[in-house]
Design a protein. Structure first.
Lengths: 116, 110
């Protein structure tokens, strides 16, 4: 059974940093593009970033480009999102999602709250 | 503003059919396949229709997806009260080099 366990969320002040992690199991992690998708409570889905199997290709939404960095460790079956210069509008639940395009498995989500 | 446009809500009586539209452009739907997701309040999204137009295991055939030009459609036939949820379309946008979603459509069973 595919499992994605998100962690690392919390309360952070504007301008602060946070690192999200996702522990994957139940599938060959190294064979899949992975993504981060976020959702503001009560609002829609927003794709944040994706990373290819060998970390060669990384893509970011314009809203986070230059501030967020996606990475993965295939040996540890783990996905990461380093979030710097956080803004109020980054407040959301962040999901680790198995790709590449049809997102068939989602983590439970981790809440990031940016507030002073 | 979402890159893909969906109606905010649709509704129909039990047993009826609803159609949810997802409108885009040549840089996204026009040249890439569309996936559809279902999300109940307080839960994570679930894949309904994959980018090949197939239903994952366990998804009833009451749900079907199609695409024509720069628009995609999700049909739900034999509507049930348990289908009340939010539905999202998503695809790759070649111009943005990004995955894009619609704003979501809330389905209400009257």
């Amino acid at each position: 059974e595919v499992q994605l366990v998100d962690s690392g969320g919390g309360l952070v002040k504007p301008g602060g940093s946070l690192r999200l992690s996702c522990a994957a199991s139940g599938f060959t992690f190294s064979s899949y593009t992975m993504n981060w998708v976020r959702q503001t409570p009560g609002k829609g889905l927003e794709w944040v970033s994706s990373i290819s199997t060998g970390s060669v290709n990384k893509h970011y939404a314009d809203s986070v480009k230059g501030r967020f960095t996606i990475s993965r460790d295939n040996a540890k079956n783990s996905l990461y999102l380093q979030m710097n210069s956080l803004r109020d509008e980054d407040t959301a639940v962040y999901y680790c999602v198995k790709g590449p395009l049809a997102f068939d498995s989602w983590g439970q989500g981790t809440l990031v709250t940016v507030s002073s | 503003q979402s890159v893909l446009t969906q109606p905010p809500s649709v509704s129909a009586a039990p047993g009826q059919k609803v159609t949810i539209s997802c409108s885009g452009s040549s840089s996204n739907i026009g040249n890439n396949d569309v996936s559809w997701y279902q999300q109940f309040p307080g839960t994570t999204p679930k894949l309904l229709i994959d980018d090949n137009g197939e239903r994952p295991s366990g998804i009833p055939d009451r749900f079907s997806g199609s695409k024509s030009g720069t628009s995609a459609t999700l049909d739900i036939t034999g509507l049930q009260t348990g289908d009340e949820a939010d539905y999202y379309c998503g695809t790759w946008d070649s111009g943005l080099s990004a995955v894009v979603f619609g704003g979501g459509t809330k389905v209400t069973v009257l």
